[in-house]
Design a protein around this ligand. Structure first.
Ligand code: SF4
Length: 428
């Protein structure tokens, strides 16, 4: 009896990737065959993103490519932020679920759909607590522990798409982590829409620091990495936890967005450039080697030459391990989309290039500071004695070693950094 062929395409952030993995893990293997190419699928699921205009374009393109082959179901943020999103692509495109709705509901619907075209019912099915489809590469697994955001930054459509903040209870998170550990996942990335808000909606207003510490205990011998965190989430307690637990990666990604207080205020970010640097300093005072990565949005309304210069000055003071830069993309339905004084797109793009040039030098400087130092790394890929590994402070290294297996932790010594930031190391 042939199974229904389903393709699952994901656009956007780690929260979306984690939702897709939760959907996939609840598809009944007797009923559904997962295929990678939408053009050979009976049903294609597109888990959409609407955080930028480019992301929406990518979703529309995926849908148009898949429509000739079968049913196309759009879910995710673009659908919940704009209920007419699917129909606007094509009358045959369907919208289901999305936002903060549980992806397992969509899986149940697909299982039912697949059952519909069978004579016999499938055997009972209990999805794995976690399965390898939720992996980043072969050693790292994503685990979404929080959803929603109530912060309302003026440029951001996410609160509209994802709804109010909600946290996965501590015990459920720890159960997922122990299942991932038992399946050989060596690094677990805790993710959310506003990760730092984890626990605030749970009884007793629990804190991310506590979750991170408990997670590190359960994940051992594996390690825990925290995905993107807003600056106001860098509490004393979290800084203590990152410093005290060897099983917590010394890597924090903390979006700055702008280094100009006037622009930050128009963004309704809720902090100044001084506040941001003070928050990072809270962590650095406890672990000076922590890798701080950041995001910058250029071309936001009101960002004149002086404001952009303030952003570059703040970045220089921050001395990040790396920087991601994007040109501001107005999202309809957000307050900022109506703001005046937006610099021309070409100027925004030029500023992105300037930030990226700075970022390249900052990355080289950060990594060069470790040459000669020793560190723990996880082997992510290996073949013929050549291996690619990742340190806790988010430095990918190439090393030559005869006896290193994918997923193994190894002690390394950094031996060199190339001008493009490529790092070599030797196994100790
Ligand atoms: S904190 Fe701001 S940027 Fe982040 S998801 Fe919430 S509203 Fe969006």
């Amino acid at each position: 009896m042939s199974r229904m062929k389903v393709a699952v395409c994901t656009v956007g952030c780690r929260a979306n990737q984690s939702d897709s993995s939760r959907l996939v893990r609840h598809l009944h293997p007797e009923l559904i065959e997962l295929v990678s190419d939408p053009q050979s699928a009976d049903v294609t699921i597109i888990n959409t993103c609407c955080v930028t205009a480019q992301a929406e374009r990518d979703c529309r393109k995926l849908a148009r490519r898949a429509l000739p082959s079968g049913r196309v179901i759009l879910t995710g943020c673009a659908v919940s932020a704009n209920p007419g999103f699917a129909e606007a692509i094509d009358a045959k495109a369907e919208a289901r679920g999305g936002g903060d709705r549980d992806p397992r509901d969509l899986a149940d619907w697909l299982n039912e759909l697949a059952t519909g075209c069978r004579a016999t019912l499938p055997s009972p099915f209990r999805p794995e607590h976690f399965d390898v489809t939720g992996l980043l590469g072969r050693t790292r697994g994503l685990l979404k522990v929080q959803s929603g955001c109530r912060h309302m930054c003026s440029y951001c459509i996410v609160p509209k798409a994802r709804g109010p903040e909600s946290s996965v209870p501590l015990e459920d998170v720890l159960a997922d982590i122990s299942a991932m550990r038992d399946q050989g996942v060596r690094e677990i990335v805790l993710t959310g829409v506003q990760l730092g808000a984890w626990g605030k909606d749970l009884p007793g207003r629990q804190e991310l620091a506590e979750l991170t510490a408990r997670a590190a205990d359960v994940a051992s011998p594996g390690r825990i990495r925290l995905s993107s965190l807003e600056p106001w989430s860098l509490t004393e307690a979290l800084a203590e936890t990152v410093a005290a637990y060897p099983g917590v990666c010394r890597h924090l990604h903390v979006p700055l967005q702008s280094g100009d207080d006037g622009v930050l205020s128009r963004m309704r970010r809720g902090y100044t450039s001084r506040d941001y640097l003070a928050a990072v300093d809270r962590v650095r005072r406890r672990c000076a080697d922590v890798a701080i990565g950041t995001d910058v949005l250029t071309g936001f309304p009101g960002e004149d030459e002086g404001a952009f210069a303030n952003t570059m000055d703040t970045l220089k003071e921050l001395a990040p391990a790396y920087v991601h830069a994007f040109p501001y993309s107005p999202r309809s339905g957000t307050p900022a989309a109506t703001f005046a004084d937006r610099p021309p797109r070409a100027v925004a793009k030029e500023r992105v290039l300037e930030v990226r040039r700075f970022g390249k030098d900052a990355l080289f400087a950060y990594r060069s500071g470790f040459v000669g130092a020793e560190r723990r790394a996880i082997i992510e890929e290996s073949g013929d004695g050549q291996h690619r590994a990742l340190t806790d402070n988010f430095i990918p290294v190439s090393l030559i070693a005869d006896d290193a297996q994918t997923g193994a932790f190894v002690d390394i010594e950094f031996t060199g950094v190339a001008p493009d930031g490529h790092v070599t190391a030797r196994k100790l």
